[in-house]
Ligand binder design. Structure first.
Ligand code: AMP
Ligand code: GLY
Length: 433
């Protein structure tokens, strides 16, 4: 194995990137870790340089100037804008797919074509650029039905419509979303997909060509309200492991979904080196792919990385170098949970700039991962985004982790504080007689 990098730049500004910074700093190789642009919490752990995550040229220049030996890219937008292509052209090693691989997240229609071409289990679907044709099609399918924007939409591009009328409204809204972040002219397209019923699980897979390592399972809570009510969000909380994925189901998912997906991507001529995040619905007919993302999940990363005993720097570096074939991952037995503290009103309009007071002392088992936080002109920590921070805890049982995390959530002071009270509840209920 090649020597590990001595300096690492993490690109992004969310809780996922805060967790990545901490995991990389924990490497026995003790790398210097920087973040761009980072946030107020990351700044307490690592130098943050104010270069935006979508400023491809600025990030390449920053990496050169700081003699960065390895860049780990968090969010999807820079990946689809070709940040990794630009870094590799500048001979700066990077973790994350190039733009061709990032298309698997940036276009849901492209992904659906790949899934269908390689016979990977997924819901039946059809794509449209015309509202009239889309509506005629959806009227021919049973409700509920799912309408998806083709392109990146920051978690707002999917509507699971209970009735045909809601689906029609969604067709018009989603066709108005630009096709790509850098192109207002390209016509938008949408995907209309049959609704799958079951429990969801998030599978993060570190991929390097045809080799891969499946990270611990997790489950997200997408809806804003308790008991999965209200609109979808980027994710309101996670736990790991997701015990609904039994060892037998893990093997089936690996055989029917992960191996065929990795092979399909390689067969399409994509040299994918990064995280393939497979959203899976566990239906009565078996596991089916909801979507691919081509990055770590947020807030999945905040529960998955703390459960990895192996050196995360070594894992990501080995994947980026194309040497993953003989890699063995070591995982901790503990359970992890992350409760997202959001600004009340998210995912719609929410206030910014509210003072945020965090507990002075935290139990060793609890970590705060900042997302939308900033410092005002007086140095006071304030809210600066819809998802403000994640309270993550590790414990010998999920119950212990959940109790620790919620005790800290209750101590956080902020006028607009909002969080779900039921993160992990489904798994906890399964254990009850
Ligand atoms: P996606 O971004 O495609 O994962 O969609 C976001 C969320 O919408 C998923 O996590 C599911 O909760 C829901 N969803 C997406 N596709 C379907 C489907 N075909 N059936 C039911 N729910 C879906
Ligand atoms: N938590 C879901 C995502 O990162 O897309």
């Amino acid at each position: 194995m090649s020597t590990l990098p001595r300096s690492v730049l993490v690109v992004g500004a969310g809780g996922r990137e805060h967790a990545l910074v901490r995991a990389l700093q924990a490497s026995p190789a003790r790398p210097r870790v920087l973040a761009a642009p980072g946030n107020a919490g990351i700044a307490e752990d690592a130098p943050c340089i104010p270069v935006a995550a979508d400023n491809v040229r600025g990030l390449v220049e920053l990496a050169r100037r700081e003699s960065i030996e390895f860049v780990v890219v968090g969010p999807e937008v820079p990946l689809s804008l070709g940040l990794v292509d630009a870094l590799l052209d500048a001979e700066i090693p990077a973790y994350g797919p190039k733009a061709d691989g990032a298309r698997l997240e940036a276009s849901k229609i492209y992904t659906k074509e790949i899934l269908q071409k390689y016979g990977i289990p997924t819901a039946d679907a059809a794509s449209f650029a015309s509202a009239d044709e889309a509506i005629a099609y959806l009227r021919s399918r049973p409700a509920p039905i799912v309408v998806k924007a083709d392109g990146l939409a920051a978690g707002k591009g999917v509507v699971v419509a209970t009735h045909h009328d809601d689906a029609e409204a969604a067709v018009r809204t989603l066709l108005a979303i630009p096709a790509r972040p850098d192109s207002a002219e390209e016509p938008s397209r949408i995907l209309i997909e049959d609704c799958l019923v079951g429990e969801e699980t998030s599978l993060l897979v570190v991929v390097s060509g045809r080799d891969y390592v499946i990270l611990p399972t997790s489950q997200d809570h997408k809806r804003v309200g308790d008991h999965d009510t209200g609109p979808n969000t980027g994710g309101m909380g996670t736990y790991s492991p997701a015990e609904v994925v039994t060892p037998a189901l893990w093997d089936r998912i690996d055989r029917e979904i992960v191996r065929p997906s990795v092979d399909a991507i390689a067969s399409e001529g994509i040299d994918f080196r990064g995280t393939l995040f497979i959203g899976i619905m566990l239906t009565a007919d078996g596991p089916q792919v909801l979507e691919y993302n081509t990055r770590f999940g947020d807030p999945e990363t905040q529960v998955v990385l703390p459960r990895i005993e192996s050196d995360v720097l070594e894992l990501l570096w080995t994947a980026a170098q194309g040497n993953l074939a003989d890699y063995t991952l070591k995982v901790r037995r503990e359970h992890a949970v992350c409760v997202v503290i959001a600004a009340r009103g998210y995912p719609d309009a929410y206030p910014k700039g509210d003072a945020l007071v965090l507990p002075a002392n935290l139990p060793d088992t609890v970590s705060l991962y900042h997302a939308g936080t900033a410092r005002d002109s007086n140095g006071q920590l304030v809210t600066a985004g819809g998802r403000v921070l994640g309270v993550a805890a590790l414990g010998p049982t999920l119950r212990a982790a959940v109790d620790q995390a919620y005790a800290v959530c209750d101590q956080i002071e902020c006028r607009s504080k909002y969080f779900r009270r039921d993160i992990g509840a489904r798994q906890l209920q399964r254990h009850q007689p």
